[in-house]
Design a protein around this ligand. Structure first.
Ligand code: MG
Ligand code: MG
Length: 267
């Protein structure tokens, strides 16, 4: 069942999303060679609590930490550990926060120092595919329109779209209907209406789209061990159009990136 939100609820959800946006922005300055993902996890937990929110993943389905930290070939759901990041790594940081009864949930994949050109391109294509998806999240469109847009953009450039993990509706629970696959057919699936809020989150592999699950029950890596990237935004339908609730502004500020790519999704 899809739970649509009122304008008031959407504004509350914007606050929850912004807690995560600011957390990712704080982490952006801390991601560097030699730092462990467990250290970053602790920073994030303290930051989220100081914002008057609760880490959204900690304890959810028994996940042990605040952040899902997935380096290199790990796709998503990596558990923070004591292995230091090294120059040339990429690290997907997925973060959730619960504030005023609503969840925020978004993710960014960071470069650790200088990374290879092909990996840089993977990050760029994954991020752009997210905006292709968001552009299609509007009243009257369907779930398949978003999936199609992401898949087409990604596969046209030769990358693999992960099938087994999907975006989702977001609200008083972390995962609501509808499921939002990053692949699909135009005009298929549930129809989008005013007040829907979803997390759109392409997971894109440099090589094969196939993945495997590790014995820890969480970590997922690419089958060919090539890198995988992940970007996620929270989006509402307001006045029939996509309205971004989360923002990469804080990350961009920390990294010195000038970008206007979110402008079209603000009313
Ligand atoms: Mg997430
Ligand atoms: Mg999500």
């Amino acid at each position: 069942m899809i739970i649509v939100k009122t304008r008031e609820e959407i504004e509350i959800m914007r606050e929850s999303a912004l807690v995560v946006s600011k957390t990712l922005g704080m982490l952006a300055s801390e991601v560097k060679p030699g730092v462990t993902t467990l250290y970053l996890d602790k920073l994030a937990e303290d930051f989220i609590r100081a914002e008057g929110a609760i880490p959204g993943f900690l304890g959810l389905y028994d996940f042990p930490n605040t952040l899902c930290m997935s380096p290199n070939a790990q796709v998503v759901h990596g558990i923070p550990n004591k292995t230091p990041l090294k120059e040339g790594d990429i690290i997907s940081i997925d973060c959730g926060a619960l504030k005023n009864g609503f969840y925020g949930d978004h993710a960014y994949t960071f470069a650790v120092g200088e990374i290879a050109d092909d990996v840089k391109k993977l990050l760029d294509v994954t991020k752009q595919s997210l905006y292709e998806g968001i552009r299609n999240f509007k009243a009257g469109n369907r779930v398949g329109d978003v999936g199609y847009a992401i898949q087409k953009y990604t596969e046209d450039r030769g990358y693999g779209v992960v099938r087994e993990l999907v975006g989702h509706g977001l609200g008083r629970t972390m995962h609501e209907d509808p499921e939002m696959p990053n692949y699909g057919k135009r005009g298929r699936g549930k129809k989008f209406t005013e007040g829907m809020v979803v997390a759109i989150e392409p997971m894109t592999n440099l090589g094969t789209h196939k993945i495997r699950q590790h014995s820890d029950g969480w970590t997922i890596t690419t089958l060919d061990n090539k890198p995988s990237a992940h970007f996620e935004h929270d989006v509402a339908i307001v006045n029939g159009k996509p309205e971004l609730l989360s923002t990469f502004k804080y990350v961009h500020d920390a990294l010195g990136i000038v970008s206007n790519e979110e402008d079209e999704f603000r009313q």
